[in-house]
Design a protein around this ligand. Structure first.
Ligand code: FES
Length: 160
């Protein structure tokens, strides 16, 4: 009788020990997981790896509705405006705000250039300042990349 009672007590102790061990494993696993997630986010905060700028394609018009030499204004969703010109080399989409003092720039197809009338700022088709105060200060026009896909022209807009 005492032997079987001792065996029962031992079995109960063994079950309790296993439960305690399992509870400890679960608790420490949870602690490790919690600290691991916290450490991951902290390190990601310190070193933002993989954070690349994202761009969105914005449709700006069909190819067949713009002849070489024509231009039009393109408005980005954030309100910025650009002048889009079709040159012999392709489409150019540049900021229409002069980097000198902020006047509106326009495309001059006969001279193959962008021009700012305020102080005679001149920019080549790629937006590089070639004359006037912007050239002296090396202030070029901001430029958007263009993509022609089928009969559609898109520009790449940086997402904020
Ligand atoms: S504002 Fe354009 S040249 Fe001065």
């Amino acid at each position: 009788m005492t032997k079987s009672r001792d065996a029962g007590v031992d079995a109960a102790k063994s079950v309790e020990e296993r439960r305690g061990f399992l509870a400890s494993v679960l608790m420490w696993s949870g602690v490790a997981l919690g600290y691991g997630i916290g450490a991951f986010h902290f390190l990601r905060y310190l070193v933002p790896l993989g954070e690349k700028s994202r761009y969105r394609e914005l449709f700006v018009g069909p190819v067949d509705q713009m002849e070489v030499g024509q231009s039009r204004t393109v408005r980005a969703p954030n309100g910025d405006s650009y002048v889009m010109a079709r040159t012999a080399e392709g489409y150019r989409v540049l900021s229409d705000i002069c980097p000198h003092l902020g006047c509106r720039v326009h495309w001059e197809p006969d001279k193959d250039r962008f021009f700012c009338p305020c102080h005679a700022g001149v920019f080549d088709p790629a937006g590089k300042a070639t004359g006037g105060p912007p050239a002296e200060a090396d202030q070029n026009l901001a430029r958007l990349e263009t993509i022609v896909r089928g009969n559609s022209v898109f520009v790449l807009i940086k997402e904020v």
